[in-house]
Design a protein around this ligand. Structure first.
Ligand code: SIN
Length: 299
């Protein structure tokens, strides 16, 4: 079988199939379980500087084409979560801490105080006042936050970008100017669902973020544009559900992929995607390097 080892944004991953932020990343035990099930790396739920309850329920609704969530960044604070990261690390793969803040200083303070293998800056949550895309849609803020975290952290810094913008490449370029080791594209698309019996929005927060198969073509296009225009690696996330999706994302230019909503199928998804990817490469007599960015080389 061909090697699936990749070097992605300052980390070496045994395979390019990672657990995405926010899904099963709420405890060290669940992160460790994802690692033992075959994930090449795992990302925690987003962590802030103080404990946060999140939005009122309902916080998740299944829609025909994916999942809508408005969790509202609930977390016990980065200080409380350190012990979970330590447990997650016993799974033997890199543990990436997703972090959020309302200013460059707040982000930097968290990165300074947390011991993780890399940081993923959540500059893209579409439904939390003062956080996420409320900062991350402005290139100058993306650059400032990235620069501040780079100066504070002693681990690689990845920036998770929002698709809820006119030009995601501008945001990626800002992250690159700030010194990011990689960008992660994409977070969820701002969306809502309405209960037609009552006329009320279903989510407690009224609107949230759409993930799953519906957003995969948006993610593929974003990864493609970013990979063509940036010098730093791009990690693809959004609707990856099968090994075929992973191949497509890598052909768009991703050096690794993250799996989130598809975890509804169970932890076996990591091995299923890795095995399918390896068999595909073997059948084609190609390496990951050969297919990475292939779609961009046709023009
Ligand atoms: C949440 O915890 O609210 C979801 C995080 C995100 O959308 O980035």
């Amino acid at each position: 079988m061909p090697s699936l080892t990749v070097h992605a944004g300052g980390l070496t991953l045994r395979n390019p199939v990672m657990l995405a932020a926010g899904i099963l990343g709420t405890t060290g035990a669940s992160l460790r379980r994802a690692a033992l099930a075959g994930a090449g790396g795992v990302v925690t739920k987003s962590l802030g500087s103080v404990p946060r309850d999140g939005h009122p329920g309902p916080t998740i609704v299944q829609v025909d084409c994916g999942l809508l969530n408005a969790m509202g960044l609930p977390n016990p604070s980065y200080k409380k979560f350190q012990e979970e990261i330590d447990i997650a690390r016993t799974g033997g793969v890199p543990v990436v801490a997703s972090i959020f803040g309302s200013s460059a200083e707040e982000f930097a303070g968290i990165a300074r105080g947390l011991d993780a293998d890399a940081f993923e800056l959540n500059l893209s949550c579409p439904h939390a006042e003062k956080y996420g895309s409320e900062l991350g849609r402005y290139p100058d803020l993306v650059e400032a936050v990235t620069g501040a975290v780079k100066a504070a952290a002693n681990a690689p810094v990845w920036v998770k970008l929002t698709p809820n913008t006119a030009d995601i490449v501008e945001l990626g370029q800002a992250a690159q100017r700030g010194g990011a080791d990689a960008v992660v594209a994409i977070n969820t698309l701002k969306a809502m669902a309405i209960d037609i019996e009552t006329g009320y929005p279903i989510l407690g927060n009224r609107f949230g973020g759409l993930s799953g198969p519906a957003i995969k073509p948006v993610a593929v296009r974003s990864v493609y544009d970013l990979a063509l225009r940036l010098d730093i690696p791009v990690i693809g996330v959004g609707g990856v559900t099968s090994w075929e999706d992973a191949v497509e994302m890598i052909m768009a230019g991703a050096c690794a992929v993250q799996v989130g909503t598809a975890l509804q199928k169970g932890y076996g998804i990591f091995e299923e995607i890795s095995l399918g990817l390896a068999r595909y490469l073997e059948r084609k007599s190609m390496t990951l390097e050969d297919i990475r960015g292939m779609a961009g080389r046709h023009y």
